[in-house]
Ligand binder design. Structure first.
Ligand SMILES: Cc1ncc(COP(=O)(O)O)c(C=O)c1O
Length: 318
């Protein structure tokens, strides 16, 4: 490429997919300000083009499948998520000219259906009474019936999911802080973010301690996060590699998300609130032990993704 006459702004890109990653790392100015010598930094994953951390894993799984010949114009990506991963699959496929189908329980919210449709993804409905497990079963049936027609990324078992964070998120954090990271804290959905980033940071920020955040209750409102004891543990999640796990109550995650809006100007989702509540707990432990350093956490998405009531909330009202 020839040198640009005005090199200061971002260079043009060939596809929106090229803009995944390189998200801002912001120091929290008020939350944790009472802890001497400890700073909390938040990785703003809502700044990805699809609005969430899942853009990283989805892009890497898609690119690996394209390179390996498991996906391409003749096939359809199929998976059973209507959440952030579904949005990520749908827009990346649209941006790269590929086909995408999302299998969702028949009763998902109109907002979720609209998001998928806006990116041209096909929606396949599974039995609403069987919930997300029914959607997973339906995907497996579709793929088993016509294996040559589909690419099934299976984010819970796909090593490219944590690798996106090991080679991306971790490198960006270590570079931004010159390798000075005392602790890393992130929520567990598939476990991709916490496992991959922790793996990367262990070599780039020696001495770092890594912690997962999970909801304290089996039935919770921290969408995107998994309560491990009552869930099928994702194959990519290896708790023994981490230094600990923090349980955060839904009410505390929600309260911290509201605080982030009011005190830091960060209007983020509830799982981000839970992650920051966990980071604050670790920062407190560091300060109480007389230690100094940077605690880094991840803000997976923005609050506006949750503005429409979700179907399960309405079901409670019934
Ligand atoms: C809102 C939200 N928070 C956190 C996560 C956790 O991400 P991961 O799947 O990398 O563990 C997800 C992803 O499922 C999410 O959608």
């Amino acid at each position: 490429m020839t040198a640009r006459a005005f090199p200061h702004g971002p260079a043009p890109v060939e596809s929106l997919a090229a803009l995944v990653g390189r998200t801002p790392l912001v120091r929290l100015r008020r939350i944790g300000a009472d802890l001497p010598g400890v700073s909390i930094y938040a990785k703003c994953e809502f700044a990805n083009p699809g609005g969430s951390v899942k853009d990283r894993a989805a892009l890497r799984m898609i690119e690996a499948a394209l390179a390996g010949g498991r996906f391409g114009p003749g096939r359809t990506l199929v998976d059973s998520t209507s959440g952030n991963t579904g949005v990520a699959y749908a827009w990346i496929c649209a941006a790269l000219g590929l086909r995408c189908a999302l299998v969702v329980p028949g009763n998902v919210s109109a907002a979720r259906k609209r998001i998928a449709k806006a990116f041209g993804a096909e929606l396949v409905f599974s039995d609403p009474l069987e919930g997300s497990d029914g959607a997973i079963r339906k995907v497996r049936e579709l793929v088993a019936a016509e294996p040559g027609r589909f690419f099934y990324p299976d984010q819970y078992g796909n090593a490219e999911n944590p690798r996106a964070h090991e080679l991306g998120t971790a490198v960006e954090i270590a570079e931004a802080l010159d390798g000075r990271v005392a602790a890393f804290v992130a929520g567990i959905g598939t476990g991709g973010t916490v496992m991959g980033t922790s793996r990367g940071l262990r070599t780039l920020a020696p001495g770092v301690r890594c912690y997962a955040v999970e909801p304290a209750e089996p039935i919770h409102g921290l969408e995107g996060l998994k309560h491990m004891a009552s869930s099928i543990v994702p194959p990519i999640y290896r708790e023994q590699e981490l230094d600990g796990k923090l349980s955060i109550a839904t009410a505390d995650g929600v309260a911290m998300a509201e605080r982030l809006g009011r005190e830091e100007g960060l209007r983020v989702g509830h799982s981000a609130g839970a992650a920051v509540a966990g980071a604050l707990e670790i920062a407190r432990r560091l300060a109480e032990g007389g230690r100094r350093g940077n605690v880094v956490t991840v803000l997976p998405d923005r609050a506006d993704r949750y503005f429409e009531p979700l179907r399960w909330e309405r079901r409670i009202e019934w």
